[in-house]
Structure formats: C-alpha cells, structure tokens
Design a protein around this ligand. Structure first.
Ligand code: ZN
Length: 195
C-alpha cells in the first residue's frame, strides 16, 4: 500500500462516454497529453491490406507497402473507423476479375475474400471517438489509497477494451462522487477541483 502524496484525477471523453481515473505525482495535465497521444496513436487496421500498424498523430494509417507496392490504405482512416476505401477496393477487384485469366485470377480471388472478411469486421467506433480532457482533480496525502478504493467502487464499469488502463464507462459526475466518498471514508475531507 502506497502512502504517497499525489493527485487523483478524472479525465473525461464525453463523446466516447468514458472516464479515466488515475493518480499522478506530477501535474495531471502532463498525463492528459500522453493519454490523448495513446488514444489517437493506437494501432489500427489498414482498410486495404488488413495489416495492423501504429497510427500517426492524426489517427491515420502511416505510409506502407503491399506486395512491394504503395498500399492505397496509406494515409487513410483505419478499418475501425471507416470502411469506404475497403468497399471501393472490393468493387475495383471484382470488376477486374472479369478480365483476369490464369494464375493471377487465384490471387485476385484471395484478395477479394480477405477484403470481404475485413468489411464484415465490427467497427469499434467508441474507442476512437472524441478526445480526453481534465474534468476534476484532488490533491491528497493518501492519493494511492483513494484511487484504489475508487477503482473498487466502480469496478463494474471497468472498460477492459480501452487501449490503456483505469477506464470506466460511468459518468464524470459518478466518478467525482466516488472520489469524494472514498476520501471521506478514509477520514479526510475533500476539496475536489472541477474543471
Ligand atoms: Zn495497407
């Protein structure tokens, strides 16, 4: 058990309807920068070749190659956010198939099948929407204990699919109440700063 002084913070992504409740010994704003970078820089799947890559800071696929050639999925949104490029590519390949003979026909059929599979994949819209902002913070002598108690209280809201830990599907208001309750349960009075 830590007894370190720190700041318990609530980051909110209102569009994705998620909050992150963590603790830091630094300024929570620094943590916020990292979190937004991770959120945008998460690995995504290319709409055209289906490979997973780390997205650039704009949330787009980086420039990459497919069978030694420029992949047209470069600089596009990943499959998790958009399928229009995959649908376009599938249509183009189906049209081309009419005029293909011999060996290359087999590989075109393979590509068509893999694109059909990609298009059928469920879209994870919630994960990539919105951005994170600092909602509230509380400086405490027992920050780590408060955090642990809050995580226990809200465990039924824990979102395990988030690309980083301590993400909950409750509202920011519920998170504020949980922090205040945890703090008073541990014998301290709260002065939570909301932004
Ligand atoms: Zn690609």
């Amino acid at each position: 058990m830590f007894h370190l002084r720190g700041t318990v913070y609530i980051l909110e992504n209102s569009e994705a309807k998620r909050v992150k409740i963590g603790v830091t010994i630094n300024n929570p704003s620094e943590r916020l920068i990292d979190i937004n970078r991770i959120w945008l820089g998460t690995i995504g799947r290319c709409q055209v070749c289906g490979n997973r890559r780390l997205l650039d800071f704009n949330g787009l696929m980086p420039k990459h190659v497919l069978s030694g050639k420029h992949c047209s999925g470069s600089h596009a949104l990943p499959l998790e956010r958009d399928k229009s490029l995959a649908i376009e590519e599938l249509k183009r390949l189906r049209d081309e198939l009419e005029c293909i003979q011999g060996k290359s026909k087999g590989s075109a059929v393979k590509r068509i099948k893999s694109l059909e599979k990609l298009i059928d994949e469920p879209q994870d819209v919630q994960r990539f929407t919105g951005s994170w902002s600092l909602r509230a913070s509380l400086k405490s002598e027992i920050a780590y204990q408060v955090e642990e108690l809050v995580h226990e209280t809200l465990h039924m809201y824990l979102d395990r699919s988030a690309p980083f830990g301590e993400v909950f599907s409750c509202s920011a208001e519920e998170a504020v109440v949980a922090i205040e309750n945890a703090h008073s349960k541990l014998g301290l009075t709260s002065q939570i700063a909301q932004s």
